[in-house]
Write a protein that binds this ligand. Structure first.
Ligand code: AMP
Length: 311
């Protein structure tokens, strides 16, 4: 079972209350591929410029990510994002976005990438996401992420792209913004009505919620004492979630399987935020992931002892 991801491959400049980095490897497709590489073969699709060198390729290849479909644009510069966070780490403030090589990117998937069973459309212009989706008509499972920018400037295109996917992962505020419905349960139902059977609402440090026809599942974030940089948390979550579903065949969307996938996404995202950018996940081990999934199971279980409630 293999997985193809298209999205941004980036250099990020990030400042949080706990430190800053001027130029670190980032991008939605990068964070996603590192996380999903624990579950299956991952092929990453996206353009980079001359400034993207061996050190950056090495981070991906050291985790076994297949980089053959990274398109090097001679003379170009890699996508660049600058952002900062205040003490409320749930909200990223964008200070600068330079599309650079994404400006005239026309995704062309290799035969090998097109043959993947699972496709993740990481955050990127929704027209591009749709072009990729159309190149993989036989994918068994397709999931999508996006962001407030595209809801603001390309809402109709994003809705059209969502019609063609099985699963949407968005921040809960973005789901409300996109559907123009203040209630999350109603908003998720509205999204499911246009196509995707599975809606995941990411809620930053509060965790994530799964909303399907079959039911609801809420999982808190892993309670960390140290958080340094939330950049990439959403993509790492998606990498764990979609990676898990790919590893189990891509077609089992039972409530139990989706809940377990949520736990793997949550565990990997929790490591991501401990350090800046890809620093932590690039040296993460499978034992560490398993341990944190076990901890999550413990902290979300309780045994009810019914007592006589007063009238
Ligand atoms: P998140 O997982 O939501 O924290 O995503 C963080 C990543 O999104 C960063 O590494 C950025 O490079 C990337 N990013 C920020 N803005 C955009 C954009 N407009 N399009 C694609 N990727 C972006």
């Amino acid at each position: 079972m293999s997985l193809t991801v298209v999205g941004s491959i980036a250099f990020d400049a990030v400042t949080t209350p706990f430190g800053s980095r001027e130029k670190m490897l980032g991008g939605s497709a990068v964070h996603f591929s590192l996380a999903s590489s624990f579950f299956t073969d991952v092929r990453v699709v996206g353009p980079v410029g001359d400034d993207f060198g061996e050190a950056e390729y090495a981070v991906l290849r050291n985790r076994g990510v297949i980089t053959d479909d990274i398109e090097h644009v001679p003379g170009g510069e890699t996508f660049f994002w600058r952002g900062h966070y205040e003490y409320d780490l749930n909200t990223a403030h964008t200070d600068d976005t330079r599309l650079n090589v994404f400006g005239d990117f026309a995704p062309k998937l290799s035969d090998a990438s097109r043959e993947s069973d699972v496709l993740f459309l990481a955050n990127i212009q929704p027209d591009l996401q749709r072009e990729v989706r159309e190149q993989m008509p036989d994918a068994k499972f397709v999931a999508l992420d996006s962001m407030n920018l595209w809801i603001d400037i390309a809402r109709d295109s994003l809705l059209k792209t969502i019609e063609g996917v099985d699963c949407v992962l968005l921040n809960d505020a973005e789901i409300r913004m996109l559907t123009r419905k203040p209630n999350l349960v109603q908003a998720a139902r509205e999204l499911r009505a246009i196509g995707p059977k599975v809606v995941v609402a990411k809620q930053g440090e509060y965790g994530a919620a799964l909303l399907t026809e079959e039911g609801y599942f809420g999982l808190p974030a892993y309670p960390l004492e140290t958080v340094n940089d939330p950049t990439g948390a959403g993509d790492s979550f998606a990498g764990g979630f979609v990676g898990y579903l790919a590893a189990t065949g891509g077609e089992d969307l039972s409530h139990e399987t989706l809940c377990r996938a949520m736990a793997y996404g949550t565990a990997i995202a929790s490591y991501n935020v401990e350090e800046f950018g890809t620093e932590r996940v690039s040296r993460l081990t499978r034992d560490e992931i398993t341990a944190r999934v076990g901890e999550l199971q413990k902290i979300t279980n309780f045994v009810d002892e019914p007592i006589a409630l007063r009238a």
